[in-house]
Design a protein around this ligand. Structure first.
Ligand SMILES: CC(=O)CC(=O)SCCNC(=O)CCNC(=O)[C@H](O)C(C)(C)COP(=O)(O)OP(=O)(O)OC[C@H]1O[C@@H](n2cnc3c(N)ncnc32)[C@H](O)[C@@H]1OP(=O)(O)O
Length: 447
């Protein structure tokens, strides 16, 4: 019998736990922190929580959407700066806002195949420390200057500079192929699916209320390490109200006139933060006496043709989830927790509306009718990105760590392990989704 690590068969990948730093609105508490600082802090908090100082982990994978060129080896540098063994291999991965979830899925697959026994997945982003590039003209001049050998040659190159070349090239949330920001794209989708302002504000309000309640009951006590004076997500507004949300002016979709419904309150803010998740085989966790909260069951990715207007930019999960559930013989009714990333309230509500729509089910999903309805009492029950904020690549780790803990707390439902669905939309018209199940504590036993 080969050891589990050598077995070609599929084994379980378990979520042992997670750690993140509180998320901060950009321009706030983490303005002076780099991606590397924040990722190292989230990693060190995880190492301390699970006693992994000096351990050689199978692999660490993380990423950032907004990255300086000096961060070409961001995850490796964070590992070298952390308390893990320097012999821990690590790499960067990037799939826009789905980065964190994609690292979880890729590493879980390696554990399932016996290629590694343990892993840390994660992500980080800083909108405060966003990389600013120089213009094409200035870049050419700087590169030529580097090659020039004489002073006259350098002066001749410098003379090519024009005032417009000095302007910086700052990153935005624009889609390169359409020039529209993600907010503008979502505004069109929100209007297409006739999502009302009230429904969006109610979802945003529920996100703040649920996140505040989760903090109050200590849910985040073993999921979060305070950083730079913050012990809670700085975007959380426990005192917000539907009246306040209703008073905010639309910020996206102004060309829609009276149909513009998206505000700063029902859109995620630009955010800084980092999140990590510890994964392992059952044997690896048992050898160290570590908890096994949930198993990573399966994942799926989808992409839509938003460039030609076939589907909305952030609608890919509407296709990925039906494929994932069908492959696993499940329906929406079999899910106990829905973790649908709130890029914008309109994104979540458009996805739910599409699933409830007969024509979408028939014409776009190839079903006999509507895909189905999500029980709203099971949706983002501990808050989501509208309240916590959304440091792009860190969101997947936040969600997986929280969901694993929720599944562990729930234990079983009708005698089977509690089940959760993660759904994350991403720039470029993509989406990544996953199923997690509570790790069975003992045969049929409620945790
Ligand atoms: C990246 C991927 O791959 C996929 C994705 O996830 S897509 C999502 C990507 N993310 C984005 O595109 C970010 C979008 N967000 C933004 O660009 C900006 O946050 C924004 C344009 C929406 C707002 O920016 P802003 O104007 O600086 O907002 P901000 O000043 O914080 O808020 C405006 C007002 O609303 C108020 N407000 C915001 N949220 C509120 C709430 N929940 N309750 C009450 N008031 C609120 C603020 O207090 C502020 O009021 P004052 O003007 O009186 O101070």
């Amino acid at each position: 019998m080969p050891s589990a690590a050598q077995s070609p068969g599929v084994r379980k990948a378990v979520v042992i736990g997670g750690n993140r730093i509180p998320f901060a609105r950009s321009g706030g508490a983490y303005t002076k922190s780099s991606n590397q600082d924040m990722l190292t802090a989230a990693l060190d908090g995880l190492i301390a929580r699970f006693g992994l100082q000096g351990e050689r982990i199978g692999e660490v994978a993380a990423g950032a959407v907004l990255k300086h060129s000096r961060d070409f080896n961001l995850t490796r540098e964070a590992v070298l700066g952390s308390a893990l063994s320097a012999e821990t291999p690590s790499y960067d991965l990037q799939q826009a806002c789905a980065t964190g979830l994609e690292t979880v899925l890729g590493l879980a697959n390696k554990i399932k195949l016996g290629q590694i026994d343990s892993a840390v997945a994660g992500g980080v982003d800083s909108a405060s420390d966003a990389p600013i590039a120089v213009s094409e003209g200035l870049r050419e001049v700087l590169l030529d200057l580097n090659r020039a050998k004489t002073l006259p040659a350098r002066l001749k190159i410098l003379a090519r500079l024009r005032p417009k070349d000095i302007a910086p090239d700052a990153p935005g949330t624009g889609e390169p192929r359409t020039g529209l920001s993600m907010g503008e794209h979502q505004a069109l989708t929100t209007a297409q699916w006739k999502i009302t302002r009230e429904a969006q504000d109610e979802l945003a309000y529920a996100s703040h209320r649920n996140l505040a309640a989760a903090y109050e009951r200590g849910f985040f006590d073993d999921l979060l390490t305070p950083y730079r004076g913050l012990s809670r997500d700085s975007n959380l507004r426990a005192d917000t109200s539907l009246e306040k949300l209703a008073s905010l002016k639309p910020v996206f979709g102004k060309s829609l006139g009276a149909a513009a419904t998206m505000t700063a309150g029902n859109s995620t803010p630009l955010t800084d933060g980092a999140a990590t998740v510890l994964l392992g085989s059952e044997e690896w966790a048992d050898e160290r006496g570590l908890p096994k909260l949930a198993t990573v069951v399966d994942g799926e990715a989808a992409a839509v043709d938003f460039v030609h207007g076939k589907d909305g930019l952030l609608m890919a999960p509407a296709f990925a989830v039906p494929r994932l559930l069908a492959r696993n013989g499940l329906t929406l009714g079999d899910i106990d927790f829905f973790e649908i990333h709130e890029a914008f309230a309109g994104t979540v509500l458009s996805t739910l509306a599409a699933w409830e729509d007969e024509d979408f089910g028939r014409d776009r999903l190839g079903l006999s009718g509507a895909f189905g309805a999500v029980d709203r009492g099971k949706l983002n029950v501990n808050g989501s990105s509208l309240a916590a904020g959304h440091p792009f690549a860190a969101t997947g780790g936040r969600i997986v760590a929280s969901l694993a803990k929720m599944l562990h707390e729930r234990g079983t439902v009708d005698g089977r392990p509690a089940r959760g669905l993660v759904s994350i939309c991403a720039a470029g018209g993509q989406g990544v989704v996953a199923i997690l199940e509570a790790y069975p504590s003992a045969e049929g036993e409620q945790v």
